[in-house]
Design a protein around this ligand. Sequence first.
Ligand SMILES: [Zn+2]
Length: 360
Amino acid sequence: MPESWSNKNPPLDPVRFAPGYVYDPIYLEHDTGAHPESAQRLDAIISDLDWKGIRKQCKNIPARPATMDELTTVHQSEYIARVEEYCRRGGGWWDADTRMSINSYKAALYAAGGSIAAVDAVLKGEVPCAYALIRPPGHHATANNAMGFCIFNNVAVAANCALKTYKMERVLILDFDVHHGNGTQEAFEHNPYVLYISMHQYPLFPGTGHLAETARGTGAGTAINIPLPAGCGDGEYKQVFDEIVVPATRRFKPEIILVSAGYDGHWADEQSNMRLTLEGYFHLTRVIQQMAEELCGGRIIFYLEGGYNLKVLTCAVNATFNIWLKENNFDDPFGLPRNSIKPHGVNELIAEVKRRHGLF
Ligand SMILES: [Zn+2]
């Protein structure tokens, strides 16, 4: 077994370096019209980071288009050509959920390339951590299809860069978007070097992410799905982290943590029936950050996935940067949930996931 990445590279001092972010105005040109996944989302995030004076404290990581070699680590070249042609002809509704415009292909190439640029910046030690503020999002995109607002699978392309370019052997993808990242799971289904952990409302789009889906062949056991019932909030997510996510991450000993960050589990987000609060997201983010500092020298990259309430989105992204900038505060204009759905069977579910994955 070759020497591990963490042994080759001493941990970075997170205080010494400003966190990085990827952003490019091309992302706003993926025009979806009247659609929950609109350019307004990133516009709101960037405006708010500027308003709070956060962006100027961080380092810009320039985005670039992904190359065909990079994209084809996840996607079939026929599919990539199909997207290019569809957008060149003006785009439209690819399926019932996913819309593309004339510049969507270019924006999607830059989203995937920006995701790789974030890996390069972190693994070359230019920044300790980074947030890829990109769109279109990626975790539903499969080898040969766009779906669920996603075109190319940004986090999967980024993970492949860490494996192939930097010869990493243990990449963790942690997905707390409220939907299951079917595309990401599929991309690494036979890959023992990537651990994919997802907690998501179940059943919900896209219908995958049952706890029995644990990856296959040489990758068996490297997908940990935590399919949560509707109504879960801060308490249930904290329990999932304490009992599954943290022990599984410690056991895996990642060399880098890539986070599929979606904020559509917030109680005010209309895409799900979960009851997370901004304080809950703040807590989860702090735990993920602590795991990165404990296990992989703070090497962590967030990739923006879902989150459709603009105010929730801006507050949650701000809170992440505040953690990195050592300002342990966050803004929560929403407070506690106003819905009162009671989740059923969470203890039994957690026990079953732990049993299947030997987490005792
Ligand atoms: Zn989502």
